[in-house]
Design a protein around this ligand. Structure first.
Ligand code: FMN
Length: 513
């Protein structure tokens, strides 16, 4: 036998030894797992079906990923389906997002929104320039906002540093505002030079003293920054009404702890409520206290459940005068997003924006406060149709959180609470963050905002108006269970005109006093 033959024989003999060894190890491993499974009683499936029972857990975990790619239909997944995510991805990449052949959407599905095109849509040269919204006409530094979509509250902590940087630069490029969320103000929020809305949550991160109480001096300093345009007091959030923010300890890094004024590495659970606000009188007192300190527009964010208190609040405002009113209400949807929340609250508490927005719009109209208090809407408003619906239903401004996460590359892996976000958006793991380039993502954010503006303008022009802020309830219809669509102004009629007029007179008389 020549040397080549000898080498082949030797190679084969080594490979066969490795093979026998590998099979032996596998058999041994199966035997060990068999014994472990049959002896344990914690998991019945593994006990009754040793070894094989383990595949159930493995497939359940893998299924989460595979369903998204292979099995789920385009319009099927939750919270956002593939069609929506693809639209945002293409928009943010600046690529063509026209579609061919026809809509893949079932237009007979209950709750489908259908806009009412007019027979003679506007010519481009007839379109009037977009209108802006003035917040806080009675305060020292009112704020004029133009963009019809802005970045909703997401804290630095829930979000990574590069994500906050990307949002800051992106908001500047897009001409929209960035809400800090309840985790305090960091230099990353200011870095891009965008307009910033500072949020105060129940733990008062960033404006708290050593005992966690509100510190007016800290707010005065923050509000004095020219980039801070408004202050939002967070009462509640759609994903967890009646529960404060939750930041898992694994996400409380040294820098986040410093920004918030809390210990490193310890889970930070905000109180369920602002300790000093337990009724509408205290709410209006606190709004006015904040406005006196900040000299800037102040509003509050809430998800609507009970609604009678809105009437009580309006009565309180009318008895004090228009200047005492909050400058805006942010109405969040019961199906809003979060970094972390308990499932019972996420799934079953709080009204969706579809009901809450026209309800609050009506309440403010009934009390003659609709012009005074601006309405900001949030909750799965991520495509031009969603945003245009919100303007029909009464919004003055729309904000989105997850829409902007998708624009930054979020793949809906549902890991925001685990510090393992694969796209670097909601993790403080440096390795995972390294794939998120703030400069690149800032451009994506600008593109996304641009496509929302373009799409909502298209819908508006088709309906015969110049701009989404001119859309009215009668411009859209909602498909019902019997397959027929009903106009939004029939589903949610505007309040009686005479009652509104009487209320307006009362409010104006009070304002003049
Ligand atoms: C990662 C993450 C963090 C959030 N953090 C806050 C927060 O600090 N304060 C707050 O009021 N809302 C917070 N929210 C809720 C959003 O601001 C928004 O109200 C909600 O997600 C609905 O908007 P969307 O459907 O466009 O996401 C957070 C949402 C997400 C996804």
């Amino acid at each position: 036998m020549n040397w080549f033959g000898l080498l082949t024989m030797k190679g084969l003999s080594i490979m066969s030894t490795i093979f026998v060894l590998a099979v032996g190890i596998i058999v041994l491993l199966i035997a060990v797992l068999f014994v472990v499974d049959i002896l344990q009683t914690k998991n019945a499936v593994r006990h009754n079906y040793p070894v094989i029972g383990r595949f159930r857990a493995i497939f359940s975990t893998l299924g989460e990923f595979f369903r998204q790619y292979f099995f789920a239909m385009d319009r099927e997944e939750m919270p956002f389906n593939r069609a929506e995510r693809d639209w945002i991805e293409k928009s943010s990449q600046g690529s063509d997002n026209t579609i061919a052949f026809g809509s893949t959407r079932n237009l007979n599905a209950v709750e489908t929104v259908i806009f009412i095109n007019c027979p003679f849509p506007l010519l481009d040269e007839e379109v009037k320039p977009a209108t802006s919204v003035l917040f806080g006409p009675h305060c020292a530094n009112p704020y004029e906002a133009v963009s019809t979509i802005n970045i909703s509250a997401m804290s630095y902590g829930a979000l990574s540093k590069p994500a906050v940087q990307a949002l800051s630069h992106g908001a500047k490029l897009a001409g929209c505002w960035l809400n800090t969320g309840e985790g305090g103000l960091s230099k990353w929020h200011l870095e891009g030079g965008c307009d910033v809305v500072f949020q105060i949550g129940t733990a008062k991160y960033g404006v708290r003293d050593a005992e966690g109480r509100f510190d007016p001096e800290k707010l005065r300093k923050i509000a004095a920054l020219p980039q801070i345009k408004m202050i939002e007091l967070k009462l509640s959030q759609g994903a967890k009404p009646g529960k404060g923010g939750i930041l898992p300890g694994v996400k409380v890094t040294r820098e986040i702890a410093r920004t918030r004024g809390i210990p490193v590495g310890k889970s930070s659970i905000s109180p369920n409520r602002h300790a000093e606000i337990n009724n509408v009188v205290q709410l209006i007192d606190h709004i006015n206290l904040l406005r006196d300190i900040a000299g800037k527009p102040i509003g509050f964010k809430t998800v609507i459940g009970a609604s009678g208190w809105i009437d009580a609040m309006c009565e309180e405002i009318k008895s004090r005068g228009l200047a005492s009113a909050p400058d805006f209400l942010t109405i969040d949807s019961g199906d809003g997003g979060t970094g972390a929340a308990p499932m019972p609250l996420m799934d079953n508490v709080g009204l969706p924006i579809k009901e809450a927005l026209p309800m609050i719009d009506n309440a403010l109209r009934r009390h003659g406060l609709r012009q005074r208090i601006k309405l900001i809407a949030s909750g799965k408003l991520v495509t031009p149709a969603d945003v245009a619906w919100a303007y029909c239903a009464g919004a003055d401004v729309v904000v989105s959180a997850r829409g902007f996460m998708f624009a930054m590359g979020c793949i809906q892996s549902l890991k925001c609470n685990r510090n393992t976000c694969p796209t670097g958006i909601t993790t403080h793991d440096k390795r995972l963050q390294s794939g998120l380039d703030p400069k690149d993502k800032a451009v994506r954010i600008k593109n996304f905002v641009g496509k929302i503006h373009y799409g909502t303008d298209l819908i508006s022009h088709s309906c015969g108006v110049s701009h989404p802020r001119e859309l009215k309830r009668y411009h859209c219809r909602i498909v019902q269970a019997d397959g027929r669509s009903v106009p939004l102004d029939v589903l949610y009629p505007l309040p009686d005109a005479a009652a509104v007029a009487a209320s307006n007179v009362k409010a104006e008389v009070k304002a003049a006093e």
